[in-house]
Design a protein around this ligand. Structure first.
Ligand SMILES: *Cc1c(COP(=O)(O)O)cnc(C)c1O
Length: 356
């Protein structure tokens, strides 16, 4: 018996996307870190990323990176390390992104205890206001990092468009390039990695506006959805439909579209509003807010209207569809980054990986 709800992933489409994008990045002398966090550290996806040509694997959770032990590429921890996880990070991670000197001190000590050298990428704050040290603090950080025996500065990086929505530009990434020049000249060293952001940097790169020293991008969303994320443009030659959701109809009835009785608060403390469209044919699907935010789903049958959801039920208006739905039928949905992240994290959602 097939289990529902399920996320169906087409591995061959993702592999093709990875091949296309890593090849094109290579033309600009850029290595790709394949970011797997949206799949909760799934080994199938990680393998496909490596087969497609990523040079590194990156994830925000050590638990996920740990699963990739047998894959022969460096693993990068892309969320700043927690102090409570220093041991695991030194053990399972080759390179971590950092912005706190007190954490780097602990990484250095632990790396010493484990007879390892831990590589770090120092993150710079260039306007998006998530992680990163301020440019004026670079030298202060450098003096301290240089004195640490078990830490190697692998490079510097920036993250944009994640919190503040700041779009990568020749200016802000040019600043990163300047900082790399300063570090290399002043401390007489060579930085291996100048990491210029995530999927939101692809538009700038394709327009050949990327400062030339940037040699690394950390890509997640674009590899899965074939889309850059500064403007949401589809990337040429990629697949945009590598993932979909399938959910099952458990009730199908004609009902009033306006609830009957006094309207109070729903299960989530909201006072719902309704449009009275008279009697409509409605389907209830066995999936709910516990699995996914209904607003980030889009039915493939464009005539379906998503009316709402409670913890375990999704209510659709199917009246306008050409398809005669019945109880037990499967309804398919397109996903976006947010819905995929939630669904892959839900233990109630089956994940199926296909090769075509
Ligand atoms: C999530 C994340 C990425 C990947 O972002 P995409 O938009 O999925 O390409 C890169 N770097 C960091 C630090 C991240 O947290």
């Amino acid at each position: 018996m097939t289990e529902y709800p399920r996320v169906v992933v087409d591995l061959s489409k993702i592999r093709e996307n990875v091949k296309k994008l890593t090849k094109k990045c290579k033309e600009f002398q850029i290595d790709v870190v394949g970011i797997t966090k949206v799949f909760s550290g799934n080994i199938e996806i990680a393998k496909v990323f490596v087969e497609g040509g990523v040079r590194y694997l990156g994830d925000s959770r050590v638990k996920n990176l740990k699963k990739y032990e047998n894959l022969d590429v460096p693993k990068i921890m892309i969320r700043l390390p927690m102090r409570s996880q220093i041991k695991e990070i030194i053990k399972h991670v080759d390179i971590s992104l950092n912005s706190e000197i007190s954490t780097i001190v602990l990484l250095n000590e632990e790396a010493g205890k484990q007879y390892r050298v831990h590589r770090i990428i120092l993150m710079l704050e260039l306007g998006d206001l998530r992680e990163g040290i301020l440019p004026e603090d670079v030298e202060r950080y450098m003096e301290q990092i240089n004195s640490m025996k078990n830490i190697k500065l692998e490079g510097i990086g920036v993250n944009l468009t994640c919190y503040g929505g700041i779009i990568p530009s020749f200016d802000n990434l040019g600043q990163l390039e300047k900082i790399s020049d300063l570090i290399e000249e002043k401390y007489n060293l060579k930085l291996n990695v100048i990491s210029g952001g995530n999927s939101s940097s692809l538009d700038l790169l394709w327009k050949s506006n990327m400062p030339s020293k940037i040699n690394n991008l950390r890509l997640g969303e674009s590899l899965i959805f074939g889309r850059e994320t500064a403007y949401g443009k589809d990337l040429e030659g990629c697949f945009y439909d590598s993932v979909k959701l399938e959910a099952e109809i458990i009730e199908l009835k004609e009902k009033q579209s306006y609830p009957v009785g006094e309207i109070g608060f729903n299960a989530f403390g909201e006072k719902p509003t309704f449009i009275d469209r008279g009697k409509r044919k409605r389907a209830i699907l066995a999936i709910g807010k516990q699995d996914v935010d209904q607003f980030s789903l889009k039915a493939m049958d464009e005539k379906l209207i998503i009316l709402g959801a409670s913890s375990d039920h999704l209510v659709l208006d199917v009246t306008d569809s050409k398809i005669e739905y019945k109880v037990g039928d499967i309804v398919e949905f397109k996903l976006d980054y947010g819905s995929l992240l939630q669904l892959t994290t839900s233990p109630y959602v089956k994940k199926v990986f296909n090769e075509n």
